[in-house]
Design a protein around this ligand. Structure first.
Ligand code: UN1
Length: 505
């Protein structure tokens, strides 16, 4: 193992190859099965993590249940203060954690650091929120009555996160859940367990210093089966899951069958419309970053480009030129634009795609590409109705197609099963406003003159249709993490009934 990575692992508290599942402040390794975390950068084994056994799971659950009873009684602004300190701890470890994210997942160092920045930002957001968990008051229809609503902590929140944002998406859920008074059980992707353990270690010291009980922050590790224990468990009122639509349908059905709540953030099939009124000097870098950034493995990655016919040929040429300039290689080297895919299985998915190739996909081999996970981003010319265009392939594949009028462009944009992110590049106000109107984009995110990816934490993040409908992170997404209660108080001497009903005995 690279000695620099070794010292980073040590600083993040990952010292032994047999590091166990950790829950809050204590760590144990009763399991006999291990997850091996290999880096897609150079295929080195970084470390092994013990998988949670069912017994571990039951112990974590019991600890979480007990912790909730204490945590929910700590005033929300005081919980916010703990989250503020957590944000400070992540500032301290930003360089190391950002590097580990990059090495374990394969995204560029810039993006690895960006993920830690998202954690810091959501901590700040959550601190402010901890004093703003507002409910409404209503005027009762009855005299001498008062009505209001309040939000109470929900309980245990199960967080299932994906490999592509191994730490940021967890933090959107965990930081909000904690100020709301919930406790969390996190099942990270089995492809990126180490970054999760590093996060747990970073926050453990804060929790300990503040004498927060064991079980407010828990991790369980393993494959889909461990996830199933969580999703089927009636002790978990909310499951927040990020991943494929295939996974989300199973999770959603399991949670719904027990009347739990789920917050799903699933696949996207994000398009950019480039009209004849676009400023191409900003449109082209937005498209390339959206399509090849994170090697096309963001749920917000740009997958489709819908281009006005009048500029189609010239834009095509400029894109091909831009793609020729892409440097593919070790993501820890800041000169490179594109790193590896998560594993070789992901590489196989690229080979199955079709369309008329403008820039060919290729699996790279040789010096620096030994892990077999590096692919050359590709562009394919397609018709909007092709079936390959309707599904999400988690790789740097960009489909381009043309349109002749804006209504047609909107129809193409909306005619896919997914509904996460979308953008339009235009300097024409009518086109921009139409895109944002009820007749425009049907996605949870709709942007003008910026790309589909790279959303800020302050907005509600999520999408419609097969994307799952959940909203995480900013705005009022916190409401999903609390239970709402409507209260009516009669301070008079009569008992008037609602709707004017009389009942005399
Ligand atoms: C994801 O890919 O699951 O908007 C989340 C973005 C990031 C988050 C993506 N802030 O691209």
């Amino acid at each position: 193992r690279h000695f620099i990575m070794q010292s980073i692992l040590e600083k993040l508290g990952i010292q032994s190859v047999n590091f166990g599942t950790s829950t809050g402040l204590q760590a144990w390794a009763s399991g006999y099965k291990y997850l091996s975390s290999y880096s897609p950068v150079d295929s080195q084994l970084i470390a092994k993590v013990s998988e949670s056994t069912h017994q571990d799971y039951q112990q974590v659950m019991a600890t979480a249940q007990t912790a909730f009873k204490t945590w929910r009684n700590i005033p929300a602004p005081r919980r916010g203060e703990i989250v503020r300190q957590i944000g400070m701890a992540f500032r301290e470890y930003k360089a190391e954690l950002g590097k580990l994210v990059s090495y374990e997942m394969g995204k560029s160092l810039q993006e690895g650091l960006g993920e830690v920045q998202e954690i810091i930002d959501i901590c700040d957001f959550a601190v402010g929120l901890s004093r703003q968990l507002y409910g409404l008051t209503m005027h009762s229809e009855r005299p001498e009555h008062r009505m209001y609503e309040q939000y109470h902590p929900l309980g245990i929140v199960g967080i299932i996160s994906a490999f592509n944002f191994p730490v940021a998406v967890w933090s959107w859920n965990a930081m909000i859940a904690w100020v709301c008074g919930d406790v969390c059980i996190w099942k990270p992707s089995e492809k990126t367990p180490l970054t999760a353990i590093a996060c747990q270690n970073i926050i453990a010291s804060v929790l300990k210093e503040n004498q927060i009980p064991e079980g407010v922050s828990n991790i369980i590790t393993g494959d889909y089966q461990v996830g199933e224990w969580l999703t089927a468990d009636t002790r978990v009122p909310l499951i927040s899951a990020t991943g494929s639509t295939r996974m989300g349908k199973i999770v959603g059905a399991t949670v719904a069958a027990r009347m739990g709540k789920s917050l799903l953030e699933l696949g996207g099939n994000n398009a950019i419309i480039i009209t004849e009124n676009a400023d191409l000097t900003i449109a082209i870098p937005a498209v390339v970053f959206g399509a090849v950034g994170t090697a096309g493995q963001r749920c917000t990655s740009t997958r489709r480009l819908i281009i006005h016919e009048s500029i189609y040929e010239s834009l095509k040429e400029r894109l091909v030129k831009a793609y020729q300039q892409l440097r593919i290689g070790n993501p820890l080297d800041e000169n490179n634009h594109v790193g590896p895919l998560i594993d070789q299985k992901a590489v196989e998915a690229v080979a199955k795609e079709g369309g008329k190739m403008l820039v060919e996909a290729a699996l790279l081999s040789g010096d620096g590409y030994e892990s077999g996970c590096y692919v050359k981003p590709c562009i394919a010319e397609v018709e909007p109705h092709f079936s390959i265009v309707k599904h999400e392939t988690f790789a740097p594949i960009l489909y381009i197609m043309k349109y002749s009028n804006i209504e047609e462009a909107l129809e193409i944009q909306n005619d896919v099963p997914q509904g996460l992110s979308s953008s339009i590049f235009t300097l024409n106000m009518r086109e921009a406003e139409l895109f944002l109107s009820a007749n425009g984009s049907d996605c949870g995110i709709a942007n003008v003159n910026i790309g589909t990816s790279g959303a800020e934490i302050g907005g509600a993040f999520g999408g419609e249709k097969e994307t799952g409908g959940g909203r995480e992170s900013g705005s009022d997404a916190w409401k999903a993490y609390m239970r709402r209660q409507t209260n009516t108080i009669n301070y008079g001497k009569q008992l008037p009934l609602a709707q004017g009903i009389t009942f005399n005995i």
